[in-house]
Structures are given as C-alpha cells and as structure tokens.
Design a protein around this ligand. Structure first.
Ligand SMILES: [Zn+2]
Length: 340
C-alpha cells in the first residue's frame, strides 16, 4: 500500500519503485457521477467536497484536484460571473476594461470574498477527510491567467505590444494576488500541494521568449514565496505543447509539471533525466480522447504510457481537465492500469 509520503515524494520528483500515483485533473466531471449539479458544486462547499470524496472512493485515486473555475479569483475582486448548466462560473464583464481602474483594485479579504469561502471550506473538508492518506490539490490561477480574467484575454495580448508598462504593473498585482490566494488556502485548509493554472502561458498563446523573459521571473518570485510559507508541492499547469518552455521550470522552482498530451514525451523524459533537479511529471492522457475512448483502450493506453515513462517520477493523469460526461468506466480503467 502506498503511503502519503511516497505520493508526495513522486510529486517532488523522486521515483518510488513499483509505484505510480494516479491523480487526474478530475473535478466537474465527477459531479455527474456523484449526482451533484454543477450549480451546487460551485456554490455549496459540502456538495463540492461530497463530489471529490465520491471520486476518491470510487476510483481509488491517490489524490484529488479541486477547482472553482478560472473566474474564481476575479469574482472575489468584484467581477460578475455567469454559469452555464454544464460548466463552472465564468466572468461576464472584465473589471479592467479601463486600465486606470487597476489603481483602485485592492487585495480582498480572501476568507470572505466572492465564492472563496465556498472553495476554502470544500478544500478543508476534503483535506480533513482524506488528507492523511491522499494528496488534496486546490487549483488557483497563475498571474497571467488572473490578468486575463481581469483585463480580458484579447486586450491583455494587445497590451503586451501597446502598453508593456501597464502589463507589468498588472502582472505585479496579479502575482501578489495569486500569492495571497494560495497562502490563504494553505493557512485555512492545511493542504500540502497547490496547482497553479497558467493556460495562457502556453506557446499556443504567447511566444516561448515572452514566457522566459517576462513570465518566468514572476513565477519564480511566486514559487519562492509560497514555498517559504510552507507549501511543499507547487504544480505548474500549462496546456498544449510546453516543450519550448519546459527547461524554465527547473529555475522557477516548481516541484511538478503537468504534461499535456501534445508535448513530446520522449524529449521531456530525456530532459528531466539529464537535469540535476528532477521534476515530478504528471499526465498525459489526452482528455478529449479519454472522453470518447473505450474502457479497454484506456487501460491499454495507460499501461503503454507507464512503460514509456519507466523509472521517471510520474503521476498518471489526464493532460488537462477531464471533460464533463467522461464515462466512469474510463476513469476506473486508468486507475487499474497503475494498480496491481
Ligand atoms: Zn490544461
């Protein structure tokens, strides 16, 4: 039986012989199986916790990951959100349509702002229930995604050309905000790992040069501070092919990197082996494939992946969020590939 320290060690980049933890990015999809509506999941902490505990018990995962969606932090700052039936709340109107408003934004009291209390309480319940045997991973948005949620993604991309000074000022604010959210989660729930969602840092959105020169220093500062206040495992999640920016993660100090399905696995494994500091790697089953594949195909693909990663510190997971409606049988098939 694996114990929590073996799970944590894998996330920190140490391979435990004959053991691969299974911790997929599986949250809203679990609501369907747990019989919880997404409206309840996103507004009621006991329902969110019930959903995650259902997934943990049903699929024998080694941990769970919770999120309240990309709009959570901006909502806590005052942005209005709306929620579709099969999704999490999203921002209706961006708070920084007018860049002059940045000066008026203040870091809120995170314990009472927007839906943060719902999220904090849900994470706390899950941590108290399973946190001694499994890793509980809340998701917060990284500085660039936060900036996108406040300013609007297309305006933010234009700012990077037209108004780089404003963009840096905004990123400073968002890095502070991200730290405060993560720190508040840490203080109020006792979790040992946090995932930082930075989809906008994908080479699909910004150039690798932009990531390395502009974003990586913000990430480094953030990770240093959050480690200093006691976080054990900082996970970076960037969608798409992250190979062009992967080497930066060693310097920024993240412990685990999520590897999406589009990234060339062989090269990543080679880089990680050759590095002095080894990262925990998590992935990389394509979530849209997982949604429509057959049970036996999922088991076969997961087993093949485990052979390929060999003695790398690997956590078996989807490369990105498991879509709502993914069959339970496919999640079971993934776990069974890793458990004897
Ligand atoms: Zn992703």
């Amino acid at each position: 039986m694996p114990n929590l320290s073996q799970i944590m060690d894998t996330f920190k980049g140490k391979k435990i012989p004959d053991f691969t933890p299974v911790v997929p990015i599986y949250h809203t999809a679990a609501a369907l199986g747990a019989g919880v509506t997404l409206k309840d999941y996103a507004s009621n902490s006991s329902k969110m916790a019930e959903t995650m505990l259902w997934a943990y018990n049903k699929f024998r995962f080694d941990g769970v990951q919770l999120t309240l969606g990309v709009g959570m932090e901006a909502e806590a700052l005052g942005a209005k959100t709306e929620q579709a039936e099969k999704g999490l709340p999203t921002i209706k109107e961006h708070l920084l349509k007018d860049i002059l408003k940045l000066k008026q934004l203040k870091i809120p009291d995170i314990k009472s702002a927007g839906r943060m209390p719902v999220f904090l309480e849900a994470v706390k319940i899950v941590q108290e229930t399973i946190g001694r045997k499994a890793v509980v991973i809340p998701t917060v948005r990284g500085p660039l995604v936060l900036a996108g949620q406040l300013r609007g993604i297309s305006d933010l991309m234009l700012d990077s050309y037209d108004n780089p000074d404003f963009m840096k000022e905004l990123l400073d604010f968002c890095t502070e905000l991200c730290f405060c959210y993560a720190n508040s989660i840490l203080e109020n729930t006792g979790v040992r790992a946090i995932a930082f969602g930075e989809a906008l840092c994908s080479p699909d959105f910004i150039s690798p040069e932009f990531y390395k020169e502009i974003m990586a220093p913000f990430h480094k500062k953030l990770v240093q501070r959050i480690h200093a206040v006691g976080l054990e495992v900082a996970i970076i999640h960037i969608c798409g092919n992250i190979l062009p920016i992967f080497d930066t993660f060693y310097d920024t100090g993240f412990d685990t990197a999520d590897i999406d399905a589009k990234t060339d696995l062989k090269t990543i494994l080679k880089l990680n082996k050759a590095s002095k500091k080894t990262l925990g790697l998590r992935g990389n089953i394509d979530p849209s494939w997982l949604f429509q594949a057959g049970e036996s195909e999922v088991k076969e693909k997961s087993q093949k992946l485990l052979l390929e990663v060999g003695n790398n510190p690997w956590i078996l997971s989807s490369g990105c969020d498991v879509p709502y409606g993914t069959p339970d049988a496919n999640m079971s098939a993934m776990t069974s590939a890793a458990k004897k």
